[in-house]
Every structure is written in structure tokens, then in C-alpha cells.
Design a protein around this ligand. Sequence first.
Ligand code: SF4
Ligand code: SF4
Length: 342
Amino acid sequence: MISALTSGSIKAKAREFGFDLCGIAPAERFPELAFLREWIDRGYAGEMAYMARTADRRADVRAVVPGAHSVIVTGTLYNTVPPYADDEVPPTVARISRYAWGDDYHDVLKVRLDALLAWMRAHSPEAFEARAYVDTGPVQERVYAQYAGLGWIGKNTCLINPELGSWLFLGEIISTLPLEPDAPGLDQCGACTRCLEACPTGALVDAGALDATCCISYLTIELRGGIPEPLRPALGNHVYGCDICQDVCPYNQAAPVSPDPAWQPRAGLHRPALAALWRRTDDDLRALLKGSAMTRAKLTGLRRNVAIAIGNSGDRDAMAALGEAGADRPSVNGPMVREHAR
Ligand code: SF4
Ligand code: SF4
């Protein structure tokens, strides 16, 4: 006979499927969810128009799954190697956010989350509605993660778990199942302000308030056009994302390392030399990035970022590479990339 699903049985199964954390939040309209509208109105979302388009649905998961009672939130550690430290990475080497070193987490974790949902359906005595998302749904997943007891939203806007730190991929299943919720995570930032002080562009305008328009992650990944010139020097050698406000966080100093093969750095994406990255042909770059999260910036976006990083590096060989012709690199020939190379 099929027994009723419980929070405990779902969490135990989630661990079997490879999730490091799993908790249950009630599907409610928490006060923190209202900040999104203010954030958009302040202009902090930049060109991420999809945020405004989906703001109403993001205000309450019951707009995504009508009648939802529970949000099962999972956390997956992707920390793989000791953190980048400023003195460890020469300016001639590209910095890439560690979440993008391995396989695309959307694909890897959606398979695992779908498997968990399939198991739930097979073991529930009654039918229920549910949707599973890994970062792509109209859901403020960090808020639900906090209310599911996975941790708290730090001043750097990341979800921090007191034992695992913040190198975590989140995923969630919103369901109509009435499950026993967990106690919310408690804020443990205290008087610390390391992340606010370390941000090179001042994008963390206040505790927990990120102006994406000057955040290196937004500029190098989400922005499709040119990067404003005044911000280019602050990019340093970041060519895809930025981890600075997480690297400095005390809760990441002793973060455990994941043995999961999916997150291990691909050869070519772990500290590649800027000149070598620029000299790769388009076909070569496509092959390197296939199945990684780095495809989001598109080839032209990556070329734009590498051009800025080369300019910031002052490396003569790399700067010479910017001027080299290459019929096998059509992505360097568009006006936007050419302007950045100049
Ligand atoms: S990701 Fe980098 S630029 Fe963005 S807020 Fe954090 S430290 Fe600042
Ligand atoms: S660096 Fe300090 S203030 Fe920032 S998120 Fe970590 S603990 Fe909180």
C-alpha cells in the first residue's frame, strides 16, 4: 500500500538524489517578497525586462501553482577547489565564476529535481499539482530557501548556509501537497560588512540591496550591449561573473568541497590565459562551452568581456592578440566587440 508522503521522507529521498540540503517552506506571501517590486522601480534590474514582466508572479508562488501549499527547496554545493584569492590569479588569467566551471547546473539539477518529483508522484496516495524549477522559474527562490530553513539571505544577497556557505545551487518544487514546514533560517551576518566593502563597483548599495546595473555579474552575463566605459576598469580580469562578495564571506572560508563530477572545472575554463581564450576560434569556443552555463553570455558577450579584461591586464601579448585577424573568429568582427577591442 502507498503511504502518505511526509516532509521527512521527501528530504531523505532528496539526499539520495544528490541534494545536499532540502527543506520545506509554506507557500505564503512572505514580506521579503515585496522588495522585488521596489528593486525594479529603483532601476536596479537594468535591462532584465523579464523581471518586471514576471514581478506579479514572483510575488507569490501561488500565482505559479494555484492552490500551492508547500515549496520544497533544495540546495546543492558546487564548491570544488580552494577559492580564488586576489593574489593567486595574475591579471593575465581570466576569472570565471565558479558556478560556471563545470556542467550547466540548470540541466543537471532539473533531471535530479524531476526524478524527485516523479518519486513523489509514485508514492503519493493522491494526485497533486506541482512544478519544478532550477533558477529559471518566476520564483524568488532565495526567500523560500530561507523560509525552508536552508540558511539566510546575506548582505551580499546570496543564500548562506551556516555549515556549507553560499556556493549553493537552489532548486524547488512548488506543490499543492500540505507538508510540514521547517523553521526559517536565522540571519547570521551580524555586524560583518566584508562583502559591501569588497565589491569593486559599489553594486551592493546597502545590506541585501544589489544595483545590478553596476554588478560585474550582470555586466558580463546579462547585459547584451556595450559595457559602460567608466565601469570597464573595475571588471579587472573577470570575463564571466564575479565571486568577490562570496569569496570574502567568512561563511565560505571553510566551505566543504563537492566531489560531484558535474561541477569540477572543465579543462579550458579553469584559469585560462586571456590571450589563449581570445585566440580560440569560434568553433573551438562553442565546443568548450557546450553544456556549460557560460553559453548565456553568447560568444559576442564573452569576446566583449575578454577584450576588456585584456585591456585591463596590460599584457602585451594579449593586446597584440586583439588586433590579429581571424576568419575563423567571426564573433570578433561585430561592431560591439570591435569597439571593446579598440
Ligand atoms: S558579484 Fe561582484 S560586482 Fe556584483 S555585487 Fe558581488 S562583488 Fe559586487
Ligand atoms: S560577508 Fe559578512 S555581511 Fe556579507 S554576506 Fe557574508 S557574513 Fe554577511
